[in-house]
Design a protein around this ligand. Structure first.
Ligand code: ATP
Length: 355
């Protein structure tokens, strides 16, 4: 396993990139610690696959370097990088048994005999394939086949990194949660550096110790799931993560004090003064807003009951503000007041946090 450093990376598919939009990766610099579990999370088109292909060596970056444990591998072909990859769709040999499929990457490396047998059986046990080891892979369901793919990704213990590219796409929704938690468990057991690419926040937050959130070719935040939830560094992170996402509401700021259309709002303290003319917004998650006797005047416009809580959509002037009310909580029928939990209320200037 290895520490992976991405240094000053940029990538464009255009021959002569001219403007910002010509760059699939705008400027990227971060490090994955040896043995860490990382997720690359972002919507379609944000550059996840481009970055994955640069790490695996399928693509040479237009600018910058990729290092494994400090060694520059930018010009190494994929086979010299010693990585394992698990793709969206199962890659299995249908005519072989499950055992032979799992043994394949080891045999390719010249491993045989007891060492091979022990490793195959250990991995089969981890991914619940022991009972099917001697069946032909062709007879397995799509879920079973994807488990083989996972097993083949995990079976070698000498790889620098295992990369997963949306590996749960073909898995039935009711089995997804099982495999999601299984993958986290597997990381703890094998301890290899792992990078998991997904657009699904639940998969990323369940699996990763550190989530790398990407937006339009840039990394907008790297953090633990709790950090991303409690203190999004960018309005995109707040909005993309959470269900519903963070409320982002236009505001004014005077000497560090925020107001919403004239109503004062307590927020976390401002740490960086915004540039003059910056677009100022308050970010507060629905979980940190409550109905109160006084505060910000709103009208309740819609209530959606999800069982354990209700999502209440309110309007303050023309701004929509959502809050969560736990089951059994009182929801006013029309005009009401709401309050934000100051500690969890942040201010953003041109989408970046300043509190
Ligand atoms: P998805 O989840 O849909 O695969 P992604 O986050 O992986 O999206 P990329 O596939 O890396 O994003 O695409 C990033 C940008 O680069 C997009 O604007 C895409 O259109 C562009 N792009 C990707 N591959 C190529 C290519 N081979 N040639 C030209 N442009 C490309």
């Amino acid at each position: 396993m290895a520490r992976i450093t991405l240094e000053n990376l940029k990538h464009s598919y255009a021959d002569k990139p001219e403007n910002d939009d010509d760059w699939a990766l705008k400027h990227l610099e971060f490090e994955c610690a040896d043995g860490g579990a990382y997720a690359l999370l972002g919507p379609s088109g944000c550059g996840k696959t481009t970055l994955l292909n640069i790490i695996s060596g399928l693509l040479r970056p237009t600018q910058g370097r990729v290092l494994f444990d400090g060694e520059d591998v930018t010009d190494f072909m994929p086979d010299r990088r010693n990585i394992a990859q698990v793709f969206q769709f199962p890659v299995v040999y249908d005519t072989m048994s499950v055992y032979d499929n799992l043994a394949f990457p080891l045999r390719n490396r010249g491993i045989a005999g007891e060492a091979l047998d022990k490793r195959v059986r250990l991995i089969a046990e981890m991914i619940d394939l022991t009972d099917t080891l001697h069946q032909r892979a062709a007879g397995l369901t799509a879920d079973g086949k994807q488990k083989i793919s996972l097993g083949r990704g995990l079976v070698r213990d000498d790889v620098n990194v295992i990369m997963f590219d949306e590996p749960l796409t073909v898995i039935d929704p009711h089995l997804k949660w099982q495999l999601r938690s299984k993958l986290k468990e597997l990381h703890q057991q094998v301890g290899t550096t792992m990078i998991y690419v997904t657009h699904d926040q639940i998969e990323a937050l369940t699996f990763a110790e550190q989530v790398v959130v990407m937006h339009e070719g840039s990394v907008v935040q790297i953090g633990t799931p709790v950090e991303l939830f409690e203190k999004p560094q960018h309005t995109f992170v707040g909005h993309f993560i959470g269900s519903p996402g963070m409320n982002v509401i236009g505001c004014e700021l005077d000497k560090g004090k925020a107001t919403l259309a004239g109503t004062p709002v307590a927020t976390a303290p401002v740490k960086n003064e915004p540039q003059p003319g910056a677009n100022l917004e308050i970010g507060v998650r629905p979980e940190f807003i409550t109905f109160a006797k006084s505060g910000i005047p709103v009208n309740v416009v819609r209530v959606s009951d999800t069982g354990r809580f209700s999502i209440v959509e309110t309007k303050h002037k023309d701004q929509s503000i959502k809050l969560l009310v736990p089951e059994g909580g009182i929801i006013p029928s029309e005009a009401a007041h709401i309050r934000f939990d100051a500690k969890h209320t942040q201010i953003y200037a041109d989408s970046r946090i300043i509190t």
